[in-house]
Design a protein around this ligand. Structure first.
Ligand code: DX5
Ligand code: ZN
Length: 226
């Protein structure tokens, strides 16, 4: 994975057909997805449950782009190896998931995966100073994690602007996660983000048997960023 700040759309499979992940992933990649965002939830860190390492392993063969695994779980450390073994290219842990985020990031990097850190809407970037030289990605949550289809939290635009300045020329992706639509995408692109996760805005109106809307939705988000 060579680093580029070009705009990337990462559809979240949380909004895909849960009975048909393989075909949905192939369809949305064919329609232009740049990465595949995999939302792992444990029913403890967030009030929802999705899937674990076995499902990630099963869908890996259908992903030809990037498997971007977002761990909304706590504790997280004991599961990192399992998600890497399942094929994750990027493993993102929440800074709020435990007391030893520095060790968590060391562990993720030791597996060979790219290391991401996710910040909930209420978390500032002040605690990033001693982590920025360890991470490959910072995921700024623009909804409170746990569900797709929620409303974008506009206060996070300023957070991204400040984060982009703090990052400087380090090869670190800024990923936005939650409530991305053609209306909200340009706010974050202009603020300095380069990866936009979108679940409901990409999967709406389409299906495996009618995937064209996936491509139209992806193009609409990209076009809105100019
Ligand atoms: C929420 C997840 C997001 C979510 C995005 O906890 O981390 O990735 O699936 O869904 P939309 O794009 O519908 O807000
Ligand atoms: Zn996510």
């Amino acid at each position: 994975m060579t680093f580029s700040r070009d705009l990337k759309i990462a559809p979240s499979i949380l909004s895909a057909d849960f009975a048909n992940f393989g075909a949905e992933i192939e369809a949305v990649e064919t329609q232009g997805a740049d990465w595949i965002h995999v939302d792992v939830m444990d029913g403890h860190f967030v009030p929802n449950m999705t899937f674990g390492p076995p499902l990630c392993k099963a869908i890996r063969k259908h992903i030809n782009t990037v498997m971007d695994v977002h761990l909304m779980i706590s504790p997280v450390d004991q599961y990192i190896d399992a998600y890497r073994d399942a094929g994750a290219d990027i493993i993102t842990a929440h800074i709020e998931a435990g007391p030893h985020i520095h060790r968590t990031l060391q562990h993720i990097k030791s597996t060979g995966a790219k290391a991401g850190i996710a910040l909930n809407p209420g978390t500032g970037i002040g605690d990033m100073d001693y982590l920025l030289d360890m991470v490959d990605l910072v995921c700024v949550m623009t909804v409170n994690p746990g569900f797709g289809g929620q409303k974008f939290i506009h206060s996070q635009v300023e957070k991204v602007r400040q984060l982009r300045a703090k990052i400087g020329d380090r090869p670190i992706h800024i990923e936005i996660d939650g409530g991305i639509t053609p209306e909200t995408a340009p706010l974050m692109w202009d603020a300095g983000a380069d990866v936009l996760v979108a679940g409901s805005a990409v999967f709406k109106g389409g299906s495996v048997s009618n995937p064209k809307p996936y491509g139209e939705n992806i193009r609409a988000i990209k076009a809105s960023c100019g």
